[in-house]
Every structure is written in structure tokens, then in C-alpha cells.
Design a protein around this ligand. Structure first.
Ligand code: NAD
Ligand code: USQ
Length: 382
């Protein structure tokens, strides 16, 4: 298949582009490079040194003979996007290209507006460009499990059957997102659902949980192919952050009581889920929703698992319960359905001590790059 990976320079997008290319798909990448610019804005960095996108694809070609084309530009610029689609005429458009940090979206008005403009306008442009130029193209859009929030009932995959005053219907599952970033994903979902219903576009919304890990088989082939890894208080995410903190003797930064429970998956499963979605496209006019995660954990439990492995590896670690900078429930019910991707063939890589140990042994090689002042959370929800 001809597949565009938008956001293909990022943490999820780069390994996905390599994986799909390795599997024989014809891959091109769109990326504005804004994530690298945000590193400069925040005086932060990827824990791993990352090569430029040009160097990355050149190395991939040298090693495998496979070409990945690059289009540097912004989805918010419609003329640019249309030119790419005209040239590529893709079968699938994988859309990772959004501002993805909840804390970044909560810094101030400008960052909230930037996040929602970038994400919502970019996705609207993708919808219009597909309608205009490639109406059969399958949109595979990265949403987030956090669109649902933490309701006191089981979370279904996108839709719930409701009986109300004697009548029944299957309706979109209620959304209660916890940041302006998570809200942008809800707005996207509504826009995509509308475009499927009105124009007959085919789309899969992947409500992905928190991704952990660093390497896939492809990114491990050469240091130039190394994936980015965020650890700072703005872009670093729970499990990866804890593992990196343990290697530099920093207390593990559990926010509040640590009972916040979320869905998680290994980066190796992210890339496989995209392949599954691409190879099993939604029908014309269908707005399909998959919950993309493999297991549920509370952040307190994750910190305890990391501490055990880190202690064994010679990195004695404490768990700190910091004042929570976010407004969220710290003790709540959480259970989400996740059968649809497994029914289509996903075989999860589950989190055990060996997986944590493997990530820890990789990240320890780069621990001197950590900018310590960036570890504690600086952004508050209020
Ligand atoms: P990332 O920031 O590492 O990568 C996103 C990439 O998109 C970056 O390279 C950035 O430069 C690019 N980009 C952003 N806006 C763009 C625009 N308007 N035009 C062109 N390029 C643009 O993020 P990630 O962790 O790889 O996440 C990718 C997607 O998956 C996001 O949509 C995110 O919301 C979603 N997601 C991520 C996680 C996670 O744990 N990382 C979990 C659930 C969902
Ligand atoms: N948390 C801590 N300590 C930390 C960091 C986070 O306790 O040092 C807690 C947070 O308070 C929150 C939970 O861990 O309760 C998850 O926070 P996170 O920063 O790991 O993840 P989140 O902000 O939800 O965002 C990440 C990605 C985002 C994606 C989302 C999936 O950045 O792109 O959409 O995970 S989900 O959480 O399922 O919505």
C-alpha cells in the first residue's frame, strides 16, 4: 500500500514509518519539525541523541535499499498538504502529526490556542484534502484513551448502547477529557465522525493509551535510526519518565496518591496496531474506533515496579508523592474494552520486569544527557 505517515519524525511516527517500510509498504513522511523546535523553546532535549530526518531516511535506504520520501511542511497549510496528496495518491493516511503534551497545552492561553489550532485545523485540512483528492483513502487517526476521562463505568470502544425512556440507540461514548490537549482529540473525533457520515470518508480513530519503551526491531538497527525519548515534565510520560529518573538517582515523581489508572502499550505494539488498521480498512462512510492499549496500571503501581528493578540493577530509588500539578481523580474506577485490535491479530508485548530492565539498560547509556532542572513538573492545571 502507499501510506503517508504524518508526524513521521516523532516518537510514535518514526518507528511506524520504518516498520511499515520494512513490511513492504511504500511510505512517505510529512512532518513540520515543530517537535524539535519545541525542545528549543522548553530548553529540553530527547534523552537519546537523534539524527536529522534526512540522515535517518538516508541510513534506512543504505541498510535496506528501501526509500522513504520526506515532505517537510505543516498540515495547517492546506496548499502544501494538497500538493503532497496529489503527488502520493495514498491508500492510507496515518495521522500522528499533533501537539501531544497535556501539560504543554495547559501552560497558558497561547499554548492552549496553539494546541487546538494545530490539531483541529490540521485534521480538518486532512479531511478536506482526502475528500477532494483521494476519497477512498483510509484515514488512520491517532486519538487518545484520555478522550473518555475516568467514568465510573466500563469504557467501550467508541460507542455505547443506551436505553432512555423506553427507546434504545448506539451512541458515541461520553467524553470527559482532562486537558486542552485531550479536548483537541475530542474535537477531532467529532469532526472525523461528521466527515464520514456526510462525505462517506473511511476512518479509524485509534484511542491510544500511554506509550512506553524506545526501541523497535527497526530503530535498533543503527544509532542513526534511534528513536526520540522524552523525560521532561512537559513531554515525558509516566513509565518512561520513572525509568529515566531511577537511573539518575531522582525520586520517582508520582503525582498525588498515585491511584490514577491509565491504559499502556509498548511502542512495538503501537507500530503493529497501525499495520493492523491499515491492512483492515474501515468501510466507506464508517467511523471506526479502536481502544489501542494492552494493559491497565496505576501510576503508583508502575513506580513500585520500576523501583524494584532499579534497586536490583544498582540504582537505589525512592518514590515521592508530589503535590499533583493536575486536576484529576487520584483514586477511581478504570476499565476500558480493548478487544477489537486483538480480534484482528494484535499479540501484545506485556510489561514485566524484564521489559523494564531492558529499557533501563538502554536509557542508562544516555543518562548524562538529562537536564535535571527539567524533571520536576512546572506546569499546573490551575
Ligand atoms: P511527537 O510529538 O513525538 O510526534 C509528533 C510529530 O508530529 C512531531 O514530529 C511533530 O513535529 C509533528 N507535527 C506536529 N504538528 C504538526 C503539523 N501541524 N504538521 C506537521 N507535523 C506536525 O508525539 P508522539 O508521542 O509520537 O505522538 C504521536 C501521536 O500519537 C499524537 O497525535 C499523540 O497525540 C498520539 N498519542 C501519543 C501517545 C504517547 O504516549 N506518546 C499516546 C496516545 C496518543
Ligand atoms: N504522572 C505522574 N507522574 C509523572 C507524570 C505523570 O504521576 O511524572 C501521572 C499524571 O498525573 C497522569 C498520568 O500519570 O495521571 C499520565 O500522565 P502522562 O504524562 O504519562 O500522560 P498524559 O498526560 O495522559 O499524556 C500521554 C501522552 C498523550 C496521550 C496520553 C494517552 O503525552 O499524547 O494522548 O498519554 S492517555 O493518558 O491514555 O490519554
Amino acid at each position: 500500500m502507499k501510506i503517508i505517515v504524518a508526524g513521521g519524525d516523532g516518537f510514535c511516527g518514526w518507528p511506524t514509518a520504518l516498520y511499515l517500510s520494512q513490511k513492504g509498504h511504500d511510505v512517505s513522511i510529512i512532518d513540520s519539525m515543530v517537535r524539535r523546535k519545541i525542545d528549543s523553546e522548553l530548553h529540553s532535549n530527547s534523552l537519546t541523541p537523534i539524527a536529522s530526518l534526512e540522515e535517518r531516511v538516508a541510513k534506512w535506504k543504505e541498510l535496506t535499499g528501501k526509500e522513504i520520501r520526506i515532505y517537510e511542511g505543516d498540515l495547517v497549510h492546506y496548499d502544501f498538504l494538497k500538493e503532497v496528496l496529489k503527488r502520493e495518491m495514498p491508500d492510507a493516511f496515518v495521522h500522528f502529526a499533533e501537539q501531544r503534551s497535556a501539560p504543554y497545552s495547559m501552560i497558558d492561553r497561547e499554548h492552549a490556542v496553539y494546541t487546538q489550532h494545530n490539531n483541529v485545523t490540521g485534521t480538518l485540512n486532512v479531511l478536506f484534502a482526502i475528500k477532494e483528492l483521494v476519497p477512498d483513502c483510509h484515514l488512520i487517526k491517532l486519538g487518545t484513551l484520555g478522550e473518555y476521562g475516568t467514568p465510573n463505568i466500563q469504557i467501550e470502544e467508541g460507542y455505547i448502547e443506551i436505553e432512555h425512556k423506553g427507546r434504545k440507540d448506539v451512541l458515541p461514548f461520553p467524553k470527559q477529557p482532562g486537558s486542552f490537549y485531550h479536548l483537541s482529540k475530542v474535537h477531532d473525533s467529532h469532526n472525523i465522525m461528521f466527515a464520514c457520515r456526510i462525505w462517506g470518508i473511511r476512518a479509524t480513530d485509534l484511542n491510544q493509551g500511554i506509550v512506553y519503551g524506545l526501541d523497535t526491531e527497526e530503530t535498533k538497527l543503527d544509532p542513526v535510526l534511534t528513536n526520540r525519548l522524552d523525560y521532561d515534565g512537559v513531554f515525558g510520560t509516566a513509565l518512561n519518565r520513572f525509568i529515566i529518573q531511577s537511573t539518575i538517582g531522582h525520586d520517582l515523581t508520582v503525582y498525588g496518591k498515585g491511584g490514577q489508572t491509565r491504559g499502556f502499550l509498548h511502542i512495538k505494539d503501537t507500530v503493529r496496531c497501525i499495520e493492523i488498521a491499515a491492512e483492515n480498512p474501515a468501510d466507506k462512510g464508517e467511523f471506526r474506533v479502536f481502544n489501542q492499549f494492552t494493559e491497565e496500571h496505576s501510576v503508583g503501581d508502575l513506580a513500585a515496579k520500576v523501583k524494584k528493578v532499579a534497586d536490583e540493577e544498582g540504582f537505589p530509588t525512592n518514590i515521592a508523592n508530589l503535590e499533583n500539578p493536575r486536576v484529576e481523580l487520584e483514586d477511581h474506577y478504570f476499565h476500558a474494552e480493548n478487544t477489537k485490535l486483538k480480534d484482528l491479530g494484535l499479540e501484545p508485548h506485556l510489561l514485566d520486569e524484564e521489559v523494564i530492565r531492558e529499557i533501563l539498560r538502554t536509557v542508562v547509556q544516555h543518562k548524562d544527557r538529562v537536564i535535571k532542572e527539567n524533571i520536576l513538573p512546572q506546569v499546573t492545571w490551575k
